[in-house]
Design a protein around this ligand. Sequence first.
Ligand SMILES: [Zn+2]
Length: 114
Amino acid sequence: MSIDPARGITLRAAELNARLRSLEEQLAAIRNARSDATADDEHDPEGSTLSSEWSGVEGQRADVARELAGLGTALERVAAGTYGICASCGRPIPPARLELLPGATLCVPCASGR
Ligand SMILES: [Zn+2]
């Protein structure tokens, strides 16, 4: 193989960790804004905006955390020599798919439930 999968995974993980940090900072900022708003507020027009902003950012954070967990599994598979092999049918996962989703453990037909 010409590409080193562990390197791609590590780079992607570094990128995701940076995003995770910035999302957590945003969540902390929203939390502060929200507790200020609750502290001196009577009718809560801003509260709901902050809540929907919160769930948007929290959703992104969950996605990033999930992908990071998948990358951890992918690294274990590299070490075990099973990286790039579909966990379900045992056929190779196309490199283009791995490039897009370094944490993929299923080939396209298996991932789509066929
Ligand atoms: Zn498969």
